[in-house]
Ligand binder design. Structure first.
Ligand SMILES: Nc1ncnc2c1ncn2[C@@H]1O[C@H](COP(=O)(O)OP(=O)(O)OP(=O)(O)O)[C@@H](O)[C@H]1O
Length: 216
């Protein structure tokens, strides 16, 4: 799956954003398949806005987000749903777990979305062990700490196939050791699929060996 942006600019923010340099806004970029991409920006400069444009859940922009050479708008709802099941996955900044479900049910819901699930239940246990969250799997997600929720949201994003993983400040609630464990799991899962990721964050970090850095 190829993702390109072409002179993308958020309509509500265009006056503000046109006045400062950006590697992303109003530029033409092709994200190279398999690359580990970091997009760094201070708070309030549009990281979440960009991730929502790339996942096509927000559309108030000028310019284009092109997927396999066509703008998102050219795809039907069914085609977009299929791409979100098989080609692009996401860790939202606000995590978006279903609060009425347990941590495990949140992950399982995503796992069984495909007739032939990408991951076995045993694989989920292995991921939970790596991220130190096996003890909360049966717990209602509304009672989880933010750091636990973040790790469950990461596992949920990893149980599906994908060529691109979008992550919006994915380690914001994790201490250094847990962030490093999560990063190692994400890197392994991306490499197993020959997939790339686009990660936004506030600061420089050494969680991954990034192929490309952009300043938003
Ligand atoms: N629909 C909208 N209409 C107008 N302004 C908006 C809208 N959505 C977001 N903004 C503004 O756009 C800016 C960028 O918001 P966004 O959430 O993308 O930033 P961010 O870089 O992810 O911030 P943070 O690091 O604090 O999460 C903010 O100033 C926000 O108030």
């Amino acid at each position: 799956m190829q993702i390109q942006i072409d002179h993308l600019m958020p309509i509500p923010l265009q006056d503000k954003f046109r006045q400062r340099p950006s590697d992303i806004w109003n530029q033409e970029i092709t994200f190279k398949p398999g690359n580990f991409v970091k997009i760094k920006a201070p708070s309030g400069t549009g990281k979440t806005t960009l991730v929502h444009y790339l996942y096509h859940i927000r559309y108030d922009y000028t310019g284009k987000v092109q997927v396999n050479g066509k703008p998102w708008q050219a795809y039907s709802k069914n085609e977009i749903a299929a791409m979100r099941q098989q080609e692009v996955s996401i860790v939202f900044q606000d995590l978006r777990l279903f609060e009425q479900l347990s941590a495990q049910e949140n992950i399982e819901l995503k796992r069984v979305m495909l007739p032939n699930p990408y991951c076995t239940p045993e694989r989920i246990q292995e991921m939970a062990t790596r991220l130190n969250v096996t003890h909360v799997l049966q717990q209602s997600s509304k009672t989880l700490s933010y750091g636990e929720r973040q790790r469950i949201a990461i596992i949920r994003a990893l149980v599906q196939p994908f060529q691109w993983l979008l992550m919006d400040e994915p380690f914001s609630h994790l201490d250094q050791e847990n962030a490093q464990r999560a990063a190692a799991l994400i890197a392994d899962e991306c490499k197993a699929r020959n997939a790339g990721f686009i990660l936004t964050d506030l600061d420089n970090d050494q969680h991954f060996q990034y192929d490309v850095h952009y300043h938003l």
